[in-house]
Design a protein around this ligand. Sequence first.
Ligand code: GUN
Ligand code: FE
Length: 450
Amino acid sequence: MANPHSPFAKTLRVFRGTFIHASREEVLQVLADALLGVDAEGKIIFIGEGKELDKMSKNFGFRPSAVTQLETHEFFMPGMVDTHIHAPQYSYIGTALDMPLLDWLNKYTFPVESRFKDKSFAQKVYTQVVRRTLRNGTTTACYFATIHKDSSLLLGHIANEFGQRALVGKVCSDRNRFSEQYKETFQESIEETSRFISELLDKKYALVKPVVTPRFARWCSGPLLSELGQLAKNKNLHIQSHIAEIYDSVNVVKELFPDSNSFTDVYHKHSLLTNKTVMAHGCHLSDEELTLFRETGASLSHCPNSNISLRSGVLNVRNVLNHKVKVGLGTDVAGGYSASMLDAVRRALDTSKILTIQEPEHQTLTFEEAFRLATLGGSQALSLDNQIGNFEVGKDFDALRVNVAVPSGPIDLIQHEEPKILLEKFLNLGDDRNIVEVYVAGRRVVPFSE
Ligand code: GUN
Ligand code: FE
């Protein structure tokens, strides 16, 4: 009989079925017929085996009949972590992919981002991007917003309302020579960023935090980079930016900052490389720069769709992993044309295969490795791996309930398949129809309540 005195009796939720996740040691671990309990705070309080049901139910005080049982073609996996996404650019996703980065920014991005001064436009786009990414299984997103404080705060508010875990950055850029309507001075950038951070922290959202966001070294002055580095240090905040995305920037940045010997060194000299820093792209980093990443604990966000779509470069993830640099995946919407982390997994695998075509010695990434990048890797890249990334007792339950054989879904199951094959099919063929439930910190956020 259930123990009515157990502190968990009323609030504990228990799931039984297949759980698939990655760990530091194992790129893929399948827990077949597992039992997992989630407490009222959304934390995983036990993981056991299905056959221990009676014992567990007594120990933890739940009724065996209250356990949620998964079907054989279902599994739970950790929620996916999008380590780099531009929320305002969702407004033109899937279009404007006909030119390289700098032209693309000038022609499409800056005019669109300047519209986010208007909070009603921001409300519309930010609601759509949060809903879409959650439905796609992104339980954690690291967002760039725009230079506008109020609409950036609105993005934080909307993520909190929908229950998405998020880092939100008000973009800083005081050296944008290209756009008259979309720029800020050094003074404005610092003042608005300070206000943004304190106002967002004052909201005390459980899952939404600010991230210091210099757009990239090419468009930020040295004094601005220094101030932002100090701000992040004083408040122990996350930092995000772009690095070595296109080859041309590597040289331009070195010219702009003659005291630094590399692009990475520019950020390092301005105290912007910490173990809470995530830098997007890094296609054109040298091995010495990767070593500096490892030494500082900074991480990379691999954005393969964007790297290809904007013809920016090809990141060799194997080399990054060999340097023991933390790395996750990013959609980089809208340079990347998909807001799905499943797409990021596929493009990461394609990119790795292209490298092997060019250089047969190159060790191609496996789908298991890409899965780890999208989950645990992303949590490490954002220094959130003590909280999320896989199913460990004490971590928050951020999870996707995947039904590979969902009616009218994109996958036909011809025969009974083992869990690892189900995962492989989902990663390669699945979409949001297969993601029947999404949990963030134990709260079911998909399907949406309204
Ligand atoms: N570098 C500076 N800004 C951006 C941006 O918005 N997208 C991408 N892909 N690269 C950038
Ligand atoms: Fe980007």
